[in-house]
Design a protein around this ligand. Structure first.
Ligand code: SF4
Length: 62
C-alpha cells in the first residue's frame, strides 16, 4: 500500500493521532508522509486515518 495526502488537507491532526508512524504534521500545518510504502502492520491504521480524515485528503493506492 502507498499513501499520499492531497491539497485538501487542513492540518487537523487526526491522521497523525491515528497513525503517528506514517503521518507527521509540519510547522506550516501540512502533513508529511513518513513512509514510501506502508508496512503491513500499519495498513489498518492508515485506512482508519483515511476514513476519519474530514476532508478526504488521504489517498491510498494498493
Ligand atoms: S486527517 Fe486529513 S485534513 Fe487532517 S491533517 Fe490528516 S490529511 Fe490533513
Amino acid at each position: 500500500m502507498r499513501v499520499t495526502v492531497n491539497d485538501g488537507c487542513q492540518g487537523c491532526g487526526v491522521c497523525e493521532a491515528t497513525a503517528p508512524e506514517v503521518f507527521e504534521i509540519q510547522d506550516d500545518g501540512s502533513v508529511k508522509v513518513l513512509v514510501q510504502v506502508v508496512p503491513l502492520e500499519l495498513e489498518q491504521a492508515v485506512r482508519n486515518a483515511a476514513h476519519e480524515c474530514p476532508t478526504e485528503a488521504i489517498e491510498i493506492s494498493e
